[in-house]
Design a protein. Structure first.
Length: 277
């Protein structure tokens, strides 16, 4: 017997940044559970799809792939037009997962002191992480409203949108190289805006059955991270480890399904206890 409470079977879902680290896991989980999934990404080609999701992803009718820049609404609308032509309906679920961040390996010109942080980099990060989420909500939400159908919009936040980054975690970079790494302001500012955008849309679309929530991850392990960074981060984490990239799938299915039918305007924090301090 299938569990209808958590079912996403036959739902039409969009995952932005769907070939990225967390996004690919969202795509795989939705696909595995019988959803139809549109993968939106800035760089989409057969080689990357096969490498990320496997050769079967290129053969199934349950997945469609679109090269979409989420800062360009016309590209999103073109993808939505094609999806509706193929699948015959508006989307049920939007996962706003696409985003850009600055890693500890970043060059000093984009990771230096706040006083010298480049305005153009700030604008770029805000444009993708916040404006892009706004535009995707606008484009997809309009299709849900036009179709008169309920839906779920899931905006991916960050602990660094809820709390200020702990700069001490990155202090070792200056000790090792003589060049400081300051976790930049742009990512935090952009991600913090996601939370009130979510609350605004939750109240705006509430009576139309369109639910809007935020999913907040923390500290995803990457094999490109250096060991000192990982050790510093884990020392601050109550669970004593970083998250694995697939540990947000359960939260995603909860928010995408009827299991969260009376939940909107909320923030589901999956952070290993980081914000409990």
């Amino acid at each position: 017997m299938s569990d209808q409470l958590f079912s996403v079977e036959n739902k039409i879902c969009i995952v932005t940044g769907g070939l990225g680290q967390i996004g690919k896991n969202f795509v795989q989980e939705l696909w595995k559970r019988g959803a139809r999934v549109a993968v939106w990404g800035r760089t989409v080609n057969d080689e990357r799809i096969a490498k990320t999701l496997g050769e079967e992803a290129l053969k199934t009718s349950a997945l469609r792939f679109y090269s979409v820049d989420i800062t360009k609404k016309e590209e999103m609308n073109a993808a939505l037009d094609d999806m509706e032509a193929v699948w015959g309906d508006a989307p049920d679920v939007l996962v706003n997962n696409a985003g850009i961040d600055t890693q500890p390996s970043a060059p000093p010109e984009v990771s230096g002191p706040f006083e010298n942080f480049p305005e153009e980099i700030f604008r770029e990060v805000v444009d993708v992480n916040l404006v892009g989420t706004f535009l995707a909500c606008q484009a997809v939400g309009a299709r849900m409203v036009q179709a008169g159908k309920p839906g779920s919009i899931i905006n991916v936040g960050s602990i660094y949108g809820m709390l200020s980054p702990i700069q001490d975690i990155y202090a070792y970079k200056k000790e090792m190289t003589g060049v400081p790494f300051i976790k930049p302001v742009a990512y935090s500012a952009a991600k913090s805006g996601i939370y009130n955008l979510t609350r605004y849309l939750a109240t705006y679309w509430g009576k139309q059955g369109i639910r809007v929530n935020t999913l907040t991850p923390a500290g995803v392990w990457r094999d490109t991270q250096d060991e000192i960074f990982q050790a510093n981060f884990c020392a601050r984490m109550p669970m004593g480890r970083m998250s694995q990239e697939n540990e947000y799938n359960g939260a995603l299915i909860f928010l995408a399904s009827q299991a969260s039918s009376f939940m909107t305007g909320s923030n589901l924090v999956i952070d290993g206890g980081w914000t409990a301090w």
